[in-house]
Structure formats: structure tokens, C-alpha cells
Design a protein around this ligand. Structure first.
Ligand code: HEC
Ligand code: HEC
Ligand code: HEC
Length: 428
């Protein structure tokens, strides 16, 4: 009797178990994509954009720009030119980030499964992945030695790496060092003495793969047909040997010399220095209008018109700081521009509040850096956008606002509005 009951029960249990296992298997397969999408939406859209076109809100403020995943073009590959990367290539890029760029390392934030799922989702954004990757076989490689390195010097000359990287790896004597990538964004040739800035890592294998396969989307070509594999390994060893000492292992004197040289370079090229400062200390962020999704309006870089409402003081649309003569800084003198940046006094004598533009801290910059900012602003292409003057509140409404803020605990005092508070073309 007992046995008779146990048998069907066991059979049922086994069947149920089978169903559960099958369900779990199909679910994990089905779920990889939604999981990958969820991770993507949470961590990647800010830069790579909701549809993966590389146009998230953060994209407009970083160089190089985040990858456009719809094209299937990748820099860091262990695969032939024109081929998509392997899963391992992508996983590695996501895990460790792309050095020297805004692309962060995700290994401390995402688990291995998370990274696999998000990579699967990224791949689904480009039809190119339908064709399987064509692997490169890097072989054994050549261990580094003085002999290999001196052979590498000759390969460097033969392949004319110096045309873009200079005879010393840092641009000296190069034909050109400033390029554009396929997305029309500025891209300097790597400084080969600073291996920590190599996107794909700095071992001889990494370096071998970069010029063996090329960096898709950039002017950095593939040299597969120009040299033998052995030559390319010698070259990789030579590039590794070019690394300069990083600052943290320099002696005091070396640090002094290093920064003196950097300083001299900055002074020799103020426009470049100014561009760097304007990009990094927030001028672009505040002086370029944005849309509802916080993406910079096309063609409006530095054209002003971002409305800051500061309670209870009033409305402060940021000025047009392009070189436009009518509506920008084209007709301002150097001193007038410097006076705003360091003292907060506009051309007509209006005194700005010490926020949002923190001119007091800008005033602590070296005079040569302030000159550099002005020199760069002169070169920013003109955009006609007439921005209204700041509007301070009338005294009674200012007092009422102050009362609401301090006594009634009103909303936070600064609001930033999307859209352009100015008038493109100058008419109002
Ligand atoms: C803060 C901005 C930022 C965020 C957030 C970000 N990325 Fe990136 N990512 C970049 C930039 C910038 C590049 C391009 C770097 C370059 O071209 O050298 C890039 C490039 C890549 C590449 C291309 C590597 C190659 O070989 O060309 C992959 C893959 C990638 N990101 C995946 C991701 C994933 C997945 C996430 C989310 C987990 C993510 N990124 C989040 C900025 C970001
Ligand atoms: C036409 C110009 C050009 C030539 C020629 C050229 N490069 Fe480059 N190289 C570039 C550019 C541009 C980059 C920057 C790519 C980037 O940042 O995405 C680069 C980047 C690199 C990097 C950094 C890789 C990384 O992971 O970021 C190395 C290493 C390198 N080049 C080595 C070489 C060697 C060695 C040669 C000669 C065989 C060479 N390059 C020839 C333009 C060039
Ligand atoms: C936190 C936001 C913020 C940052 C960062 C910022 N500004 Fe401003 N800026 C403003 C606001 C707000 C005004 C005042 C509105 C106005 O100009 O009428 C202003 C005004 C100006 C003006 C006067 C323009 C005019 O037409 O009246 C200049 C020039 C200027 N900023 C240059 C700069 C430069 C250069 C930097 C970077 C060094 C910078 N700003 C950084 C918010 C900012």
C-alpha cells in the first residue's frame, strides 16, 4: 500500500523538478537580455545614451566621446581589422575601463555576471556582431631584451610611427599630432612615454595588438601588412621601454623639472591650455544650453542661455561667451573678460552674486592661466545668441523670498532650466 502511494508521488516530484529546472534554464537565457538592459539603463546611458548612440547627457563634456555602439567599431580588439571584438575583449574593456578616458572601470561595481549580461546587451545594438570575430594569433611573442628593443627602434623608423608620435614618442618632430576620430571629434595621438594613458593597457601584448589590429574609428592604423610578426613584437618592446617615470616615483628635483617643463609648454601654447581649462573647470557646463534630457543643444557650445533661477535673488541666464561680435564676447576687451571671471563685474558694471559662477575661486588661478582662457575664448567660433541681462528681484519680493527660504523652509534655492533663455540669431 505504502509503496503504491510513494511511486506516483516520487514520479510527480521528479516531473516537477524537471519542469523547474527547465524553466530556470530558459529563464536565465531569456533574462540575460532584460538583465543586461537593466544594468545598461542604470549605469551606461548617462554617457552612451539610451539607444547606445554615444549621445547621453555626459557625452558632450568628455573627450574622446563615449562609443557609439550602433556602428560595431571598437578600439580594443584582439581581432583582425574590420572585425568585431570578442566577448572577452569587451568584458575586459568594461571591467578595467579605457585608461585616460571617461570610461570607468566597472569591476568594483558590477559582478562578472552583470558584466557578461551588459556586454550581451551592448552587442545586440549592432548588426555587425552577426558575423563572428576573426581572431588574431599573437603567438609566443618576444621577451624584452636590449637587442629586441634596439631592433624595435629600427622598426619604429621603418613604419614611420614618428609621423604621428614624434621621434621621442611624445610628438617631437611629428608631421601632425592632433587628429579627428570617425565621429569628427578631436583626438590627439597617444603620448608613448605615458603608458598609463593607453586605452587598452600597456603590456607589450596590449601594444602589439593595438598596432597589429589598428584602433577602429581612429587614425591609428593597422600595420599587419607592413612588418613581420617578429618586427612587431620588437616594436612593442621598444614602445614599452619609452615609458617615462611617473610623478609618484620621481625624485624631488625630477618633479620640479617635470612641472617646469609642463608649465613652459602651457605658456608656449596658451590657446591649448585655455581650451583645457575651459573644458575642465565648468565653463562649458554652465555656458552651453541643454535639452530636457540634459544633452547639449547642437551647435550651442558656450553660446550661453542656461537660465539659473536663484532664490530669492532673481534670474541669471549665462552669457554667450563665443567670439560673436554682436551677442558674444567678440567686442569685449581682454580686461573686461578678465574682470567678469575674477571679480564678477559685468561690462555695464553689474555686480554678479558670488554664485553660481565662483569667480572668487577663478581669481586664484595663475595670471598666465587667465590669459590662456581669454586667448582660447577668442578662438571659439561665433554663435549668435542674444542672452538677456540678469534680472534681480525687486526689494520687497526679495525680502518675501528670503522669508520663505529661511522661515518657511522653501525649496532649494538654485534651479537650472533646460532650453535656451537667449534668442538665436539675435532677434527677440
Ligand atoms: C562617464 C562616461 C561613461 C560611462 C558611464 C560608461 N562609459 Fe563606456 N565609454 C566611455 C567613453 C568616453 C568611451 C570611449 C573611450 C575611447 O574612445 O577611447 C567608452 C567606451 C566604451 C566601450 C568601447 C571600448 C572599445 O574597444 O572601443 C565599451 C564596450 C563601453 N564603453 C562599455 C560601457 C558599459 C557597458 C558601460 C556601463 C556599464 C559604460 N561603458 C559606461 C564613457 C563611459
Ligand atoms: C596616422 C597617425 C598615426 C600613426 C602613423 C601611428 N599612430 Fe599610434 N596612435 C595614433 C592616434 C591618433 C592614437 C590615439 C588613439 C586613441 O586615443 O584612441 C594612437 C595611439 C597609439 C597607442 C596607444 C594605444 C592605446 O591603447 O591607447 C600606441 C601604443 C601607438 N599609437 C603606437 C604606435 C606605433 C608603434 C606606431 C607605428 C607602428 C603608430 N602608433 C603609428 C596615430 C598614429
Ligand atoms: C556654475 C555656473 C558657471 C560657471 C562654472 C561659469 N560661469 Fe560664467 N557665468 C555664469 C552666470 C550665471 C553668469 C551671469 C549671467 C550673465 O552673464 O549675464 C556668467 C557670466 C559670465 C560672463 C559674462 C558674460 C555676459 O555676456 O555677460 C563671462 C565672460 C563668463 N561668465 C565666463 C566664464 C568663464 C570663462 C568660465 C570658466 C572659467 C565661466 N564663466 C564659468 C555661470 C557660470
Amino acid at each position: 500500500m505504502k509503496r503504491m502511494v510513494t511511486k506516483p508521488v516520487l514520479a510527480c516530484l521528479a516531473a516537477a523538478l524537471l519542469i523547474v529546472v527547465c524553466l530556470a534554464l530558459t529563464r536565465t537565457r531569456l533574462e540575460a537580455q532584460p538583465r543586461g538592459k537593466a544594468i545598461y539603463d542604470k549605469h551606461c546611458t548617462e554617457c552612451h545614451g539610451a539607444s547606445g548612440k554615444g549621445d547621453g547627457p555626459g557625452a558632450f563634456y568628455v573627450a574622446p566621446r563615449p562609443r557609439d555602439f550602433s556602428t560595431g567599431r571598437y578600439k580594443i580588439r584582439s581581432t583582425e581589422t574590420g572585425s568585431v571584438p570578442t566577448d572577452d575583449d569587451l568584458i575586459r574593456s568594461v571591467r578595467q575601463g579605457l585608461y585616460g578616458t571617461a570610461m570607468p572601470a566597472w569591476d568594483r561595481i558590477l559582478s562578472d555576471t552583470d558584466i557578461q549580461d551588459v556586454v550581451a546587451y551592448v552587442k545586440s545594438m549592432s548588426p555587425q556582431f552577426a558575423t563572428p570575430p576573426k581572431l588574431v594569433d599573437p603567438g609566443e611573442g618576444t621577451p624584452s631584451s636590449p637587442d629586441s628593443i634596439s631592433r624595435g627602434v629600427q622598426v619604429y623608423e621603418k613604419l614611420q610611427c614618428s609621423k604621428c608620435h614624434g621621434t621621442d614618442g611624445r610628438g617631437t618632430g611629428a608631421v601632425a599630432t592632433e587628429f579627428q576620430d570617425d565621429w569628427k571629434q578631436p583626438l590627439p595621438a597617444a603620448d608613448l612615454t605615458q603608458p598609463w594613458s593607453f586605452r587598452g593597457g600597456a603590456t607589450s601584448r596590449d601594444i602589439y595588438l593595438r598596432f597589429r589590429t589598428g584602433m577602429a574609428g581612429t587614425p591609428m592604423p593597422s600595420f599587419v601588412d607592413a612588418a613581420s610578426d617578429k618586427d612587431m613584437w620588437d616594436l612593442a618592446n621598444y614602445v614599452v621601454s619609452l615609458a617615462r617615470k611617473p610623478v609618484w616615483s620621481m625624485t624631488a628635483q625630477e618633479v620640479t623639472d617635470h612641472f617646469a617643463r609642463q608649465d613652459a609648454e602651457a605658456k608656449a601654447n596658451p590657446v591649448k591650455r585655455g581650451e583645457y581649462l575651459v573644458n575642465t573647470i565648468g565653463c562649458v557646463l554652465c555656458h552651453s544650453p541643454i535639452d530636457q534630457e540634459r544633452r547639449m543643444l547642437p551647435g550651442m557650445r558656450l553660446a550661453g542661455g542656461v537660465l539659473f533661477r536663484i532664490e530669492p535673488y532673481g534670474d541669471f541666464p549665462t552669457g554667450n561667451i563665443t567670439s560673436d561680435k554682436e551677442t558674444g564676447l567678440g567686442n569685449w576687451t581682454d580686461d573686461e573678460i578678465k574682470r567678469v571671471i575674477t571679480k564678477g563685474t559685468l561690462r555695464d558694471g553689474t555686480r554678479l552674486l558670488p554664485f553660481p559662477m565662483d569667480y572668487a575661486s577663478f581669481a586664484t588661478m595663475k595670471p598666465s592661466d587667465i590669459d590662456a582662457i581669454v586667448a582660447y575664448l577668442r578662438t571659439v567660433p561665433p554663435v549668435s545668441n542674444r542672452v538677456p541681462a540678469p534680472r534681480f528681484r525687486f526689494f520687497p519680493s526679495y525680502m518675501w523670498g528670503k522669508f520663505k527660504l529661511l522661515i518657511l523652509g522653501d525649496d532649494p534655492p538654485i534651479a537650472i532650466f533646460p532650453g535656451n533663455a537667449g534668442a538665436v540669431g539675435g532677434q527677440r
